[in-house]
Design a protein around this ligand. Structure first.
Ligand SMILES: [Zn+2]
Length: 315
């Protein structure tokens, strides 16, 4: 095929530009990078190459001969799905599930379709890419049935954890991942609500000690930077909260969460999922309350929006 596929023995750590893949040691095997990048670019719905890479890692560990007994090849298609959704990606006249040059373009095509369907359902629980991944794993009808990513109780948590593991793996395969100079990110996708130092009787100090992100319950909450978890669990008026100590001496705090996925003492990476948003504690409705502090406790807050913006994060 036309793609510039690197030879097996070459494993350089090169980048393919903005939103590209991390290739080589710890990233995408060089021989599949071109295929994955093309499969992502082939989609006009904004499909990330790093997501496709993380998905292949989870499906087969980049083994084109992977055979689970039901699912086959590098992208783990089951035969009926392959019959309906497999394509002849390299144009050699054969639709071969064991050939990454067919399987990866087919995976991209299928994910693109699912992503487009998912984008029509902003009311569902989960981001469009999370919904698409869940559908790839369990079928779109399951996403419809649960109006979102099927919960942990479905299929012994198989689909729930599939989505969770892939979303956590995206950073590893992205050239914006661990090598990033800033290494800071926003805690949730969603618009800003009540700003820092807004005044009002709802707060014990008389003013707002953080910023609020307006997001529905169930939104993925991510660590804004790498660090160590110093608090995770019930935090009084903050409801379920997480506090992370960062290497630069600052602390980030996340409040009113419905679920916390990490425990005190855990090391977290920038962008790692730490739980999901909610409305626990003293909250007027679902949102994420977010603070940056100079110490671990209440009262040492600084302007979190300025803090993140100064570190290259768009809010
Ligand atoms: Zn708040």
């Amino acid at each position: 095929m036309a793609a510039a596929v690197l030879a097996d023995d070459e494993e350089p750590s090169l980048n393919l530009g903005a939103g590209g893949l991390k290739i080589g040691k710890g990233g995408v095997p060089a021989k599949y990078a071109g295929l994955i990048q093309e499969a992502a670019e082939d989609c006009d719905a904004g499909l990330s190459a790093a997501v496709l890479a993380a998905q292949i890692q989870q499906e087969s560990g980049f083994n084109p001969r992977a055979d689970s007994g039901q699912a086959q090849g590098i992208a783990q298609f089951i035969p009926t799905t392959w019959a309906s959704s497999g394509i002849d990606g390299n144009g050699d006249g054969k639709k071969d599930v064991w050939d990454p040059e067919d399987a990866i373009p087919s995976q991209g095509r299928m994910m693109c379709k699912l992503l487009k369907t998912a984008k029509k359902h902003p009311e569902y629980n989960g981001s469009p890419i999370e919904l698409a991944l869940a559908a790839y794993n369990a079928g779109w009808h399951r996403v419809e049935q649960y109006r979102g990513v099927p919960p942990e109780r479905f299929a012994a948590g198989q689909t729930y954890h599939y989505v969770e593991i892939i979303m956590a793996g995206v950073k590893r395969f992205s050239d914006e991942g661990g090598t990033s100079s800033s290494g800071w990110t926003r805690p949730v996708k969603g618009p800003l609500g009540t700003p820092y130092h807004a005044r009002g009787g709802a707060w014990s100090s008389g003013q707002h000690t953080g910023i609020d992100f307006v997001v529905p319950t169930g939104t993925t909450v991510r660590a804004v930077g790498s660090g160590t978890v110093v608090a995770a669990g019930p935090g009084g008026a903050y409801g379920n909260q997480v506090v992370i100590r960062h290497a630069d001496g600052h602390y980030s705090q996340y409040g009113h969460m419905s679920k916390v996925h990490i425990v005190k003492g855990d090391k977290v990476k920038s962008g790692q999922k730490i739980g999901i948003s909610g409305a626990t504690g003293n909250a007027s409705g679902p949102h994420l309350h977010f603070e940056i502090r100079t110490g671990p406790d209440y009262g040492s807050d600084i302007d979190p929006a300025a803090f993140l913006r100064n570190r290259g994060v768009k809010l």
